[in-house]
Design a protein around this ligand. Structure first.
Ligand code: HEM
Length: 425
């Protein structure tokens, strides 16, 4: 007999509320429900209903499913409105065709070309640092990841364009962040049109410039143009990459810098190894291969603070998971956050212990980039960028903690809030 996933009762709701007020994040409510009900429960609010799944079996169930079982797109979600036909928000053949066109931009050969842009982006940003000052790593890492991404994928020196586009980019992130629209899909959302329009003007300008150019650099934008896509379709993919490719890396790197500042022993040991391996050279792919501790730090940070804390799907037909009924049309979330902190999968789950990644985690227990056919297209890009940036920063800087009260903010990604202050020495 199939059952409905448990709906938290008023006692659980009250405990969740208390936990949420204590930790100042809605994720605390999910933790409370998970502790009480296990790996499948309903998160219901007036106007919103999701079946929340977590754990390795649940992640396998969601991530192995095709779009005829669990689909991605929901016309009413702001991210679908913003990215329109972007690869992130489409399903079926439309998605698969676009993904096939883009994939060569993330092949090994291309990734090794991008490393220069990543180190250059780090140098542009850290050139403004003075020893002893306190910097907000959210701000610093956003500049860095934007500059690196635009150089790598679009061959643009974005350090020139960043100031006028800073606010439109932040506005676009606010537009897709959880908010009242989750409960009231058609809520009026004034105040975004101008900023989003400026981003569009910029992107259409890039496309026009490139179409008019005599020579095409070998990059992501060139790949889309060569594939014969329309301007509108190219705009959707550029904006998808711009948003999905920098905001996630911003959150990750801000957390990495905070972790380093808070764990001076780990930072010190890693810094010694980095300085021995690099001397005065710029970090390359070969260097980071010789320094697995960089990946371990990045992975452990993404375990505790996954920039994408959950993935959303919609049941395309009536489904069943471990005896629970999931009706057609139901929103299904696989919780990366709960899975990464599950004590049945991770020893001492709340401790920051990068060395645990010296051994491979159990399949589907570590899914910061999702998995299956829709695994993050930029996962290698992100992993390489994070290791290179960390190496470059530890080569020249030491990070020290600043007294501050942080909570986890569920914006477009899971960010430290209100700021990620670190003293750079
Ligand atoms: C730390 C950095 C990153 C994290 C944690 C991350 C996480 C994710 C996750 C969890 C998904 C799958 C969501 C789902 O199952 O619904 C995803 C998809 C995607 N990511 Fe990333 N991402 C990162 C960096 C990047 C970068 C650097 C790019 C591009 C340069 C990128 C582009 C995309 C795209 C286009 C998709 C959609 C893929 C598809 O549906 O076929 N991401 N990402």
């Amino acid at each position: 007999m199939l059952k409905d996933p448990p709906i938290p009762d008023s006692q659980a709701g009250l405990a969740a509320l208390q936990n949420m007020l204590r930790q100042r994040t809605p994720l605390a409510a999910l933790e409370t429900f998970h502790a009480r009900y296990g790996n499948a429960f309903q998160a219901n609010l007036p106007g919103f209903s999701a079946t929340v799944l977590s754990g390795a079996d649940a992640c396998r169930f969601v991530l192995s499913a095709g779009s005829d079982t669990l689909s991605w797109r929901n016309e009413k979600d702001p991210i679908a409105k913003l990215l329109d036909q972007g690869v992130l928000v489409t399903d079926g053949n439309t998605h698969d065709d676009m993904r096939r066109i883009m994939t060569p931009a993330f092949h090994r050969k291309m990734l090794s070309l991008y490393t220069e842009a990543m180190v250059w982006g780090t140098d542009v940003v850290t050139a403004k640092w003075a020893s002893g000052e306190t910097r907000d790593m959210l701000n610093e890492m956003r500049q860095l990841t934007l500059i690196a991404l635009m150089k790598a994928l679009f061959s643009i020196d974005f350090s020139q364009d960043i100031d006028p586009l800073w606010r439109p980019i932040l506005k676009s992130l606010k537009y897709i962040s959880p908010g009242a629209w989750l409960l009231w899909a058609d809520v009026p959302r004034p105040g975004y049109g101008k900023a989003l329009g400026r981003l569009d003007t910029y992107l259409y300008g890039l496309i026009a410039e490139r179409r008019a150019a005599q020579e095409q650099p070998e990059d992501f934008l060139g790949l889309l143009i060569d594939a014969g896509l329309s301007d509108a379709l190219i705009r959707d993919q550029l904006l998808t990459m711009l948003i999905a490719g920098h905001d996630t890396c911003t959150a990750l790197l801000a957390w990495v810098m905070l972790m380093m500042a808070d764990h001076p022993d780990i930072q010190g040991n890693t810094q010694t190894k980095v300085r021995d391996a690099l001397s005065s050279a710029s970090p390359t792919l070969d260097h980071i291969k010789q320094l697995p501790e960089l990946d371990h730090i990045v992975n452990e940070t993404m375990r505790l603070y996954p920039p994408v804390h959950a993935g959303n799907r919609f049941a395309a037909q009536d489904l069943e998971f471990e005896g629970f009924r999931i009706p057609k049309g139901q929103r299904v979330m696989y919780s990366i956050y709960l899975t990464h902190r599950d004590a049945t999968l991770w020893e001492d789950p709340l401790r920051f212990r990068p060395e645990r990644f010296a051994t491979k985690p159990q399949a589907f227990s570590y899914v910061p980039f999702g998995g299956g056919a829709r695994i993050c297209i930029g996962y290698r890009f992100a992993q390489i960028e994070a290791a290179l940036v960390l190496a470059r920063i530890l080569q020249h800087w030491t990070l020290a903690p600043v007294k501050q009260k942080l909570h986890l903010h569920m914006g477009a990604t899971l960010e430290p809030s209100p700021k990620a202050l670190v003293r750079v020495i």
